[in-house]
Structures are given as structure tokens and as C-alpha cells.
Design a protein around this ligand. Structure first.
Ligand code: HEM
Length: 147
């Protein structure tokens, strides 16, 4: 179960990033105006896939990952260990913020809100995701693609 969910979590990262870029690009032209239903669709998909990713992340965090399950047994020690702290605090906290940003940004009420809000919040969500992803060149790096 652990390798399956980890692989899904790794793959969904690419969907989340692509949908995030699509969401920002789609609302850009309606910065000063209401967001049409069509322009709001990528943002809806972005939030939905992010929610699934959040669920997979929580499952790893609480039950499946030997790293976080062990790290939570000794939080004081974990906070002093950069590697453990990354997986137990930094990665989840920034990603949860990203999920919140994406939901705040979603234009509601059949295109009532101007697109500027969505551009800002989707942009912030995307930035947080890019910063909190364990890219291969980072100390806690993981593969670009997991099979
Ligand atoms: C929502 C956006 C998120 C993205 C884009 C994301 C992305 C990733 C990526 C790319 C990995 C590395 C996978 C690999 O080893 O190939 C990873 C690992 C992990 N993520 Fe996330 N993540 C997100 C949210 C979360 C959340 C909210 C949590 C916890 C509540 C979480 C917990 C974890 C854990 C525990 C691991 C490592 C598990 C292990 O190696 O044992 N993630 N994440």
C-alpha cells in the first residue's frame, strides 16, 4: 500500500502543477472582469486534484510513511533533524497552505468575482507548491518520476 500511494502522490504532483499553470493562464485575461464559467473550469480542476493530493498526503503522513510515523514519536528530536523536519513539518504545512490558497482563489457565484483575486491566489498556491516539492536537486530530493 505504501509504495502505491507514494507513486500516486508523486504522479499527482505533475497534474497539480500543470493544472495550476492552466488555472493561472485561464484567469489572466479576466483580471479586471468577471470570470466566465469556461475560464473558471481549470481552477476548479486544480482545487479538486489538490484535494485528492491532500488526502493522499495525509494518508502517507498519518499511517503509511515510515518517516513521518517514526518522526512523530519524537517531535523534539524531529525538529532538530533537518531531514525529518522537512517531511513532518515543512512539506505538509506549506502544501496545506497551498490547498487553502487555491480554494480562496476560486471565483464563486457564476463568475461574479473579478479575475484579479483568482490570479493572485492561484499564483500563490502554485508558488507554495513549487517551493515545497522535494525536487531531485534538493537535500530531501525525490525522483522526477516514480514507477
Ligand atoms: C498538496 C500538494 C502536495 C504535493 C504537490 C506533494 C508532493 C509530494 C512529492 C512530489 C513527494 C515525493 C514523492 C516521491 O517520493 O516520489 C511527496 C512526499 C510526501 N508527501 Fe507530499 N505533496 C503534497 C501534499 C502533502 C501533504 C498535505 C502531506 C501531509 C499532510 C504530504 C505528505 C507527504 C509525505 C509524508 C511524503 C513522503 C513519504 C515518504 O517518503 O515516506 N504531502 N509529496
Amino acid at each position: 500500500m505504501y509504495p502505491v500511494i507514494l507513486t500516486i502522490h508523486s504522479f499527482l504532483r505533475w497534474m497539480v502543477i500543470l493544472l495550476g499553470i492552466w488555472a493561472v493562464v485561464s484567469v489572466l485575461p479576466s483580471r479586471q472582469a468577471a470570470v466566465s464559467r469556461a475560464a473558471a473550469l481549470p481552477g476548479l480542476l486544480f482545487s479538486m486534484v489538490l484535494d485528492i493530493q491532500l488526502l493522499a498526503g495525509l494518508l502517507l503522513y498519518v499511517v503509511l510513511s515510515p518517516i513521518t510515523v517514526a518522526a512523530m514519536q519524537d517531535m523534539a528530536g524531529t525538529m532538530k533533524n533537518g531531514g525529518w523536519r522537512y517531511w513532518t513539518v515543512e512539506h505538509p504545512a506549506l502544501m496545506i497552505l497551498a490547498v487553502a490558497f487555491a480554494h480562496i482563489g476560486r471565483p464563486r457565484g457564476a463568475g461574479a468575482a473579478p479575475g484579479k483575486r483568482a490570479v493572485i491566489w492561484y499564483g500563490l498556491a502554485l508558488l507554495a507548491i513549487l517551493l515545497a516539492t522535494p525536487w531531485p536537486f534538493m537535500p530531501q530530493g525525490r525522483p522526477w518520476v516514480r514507477w
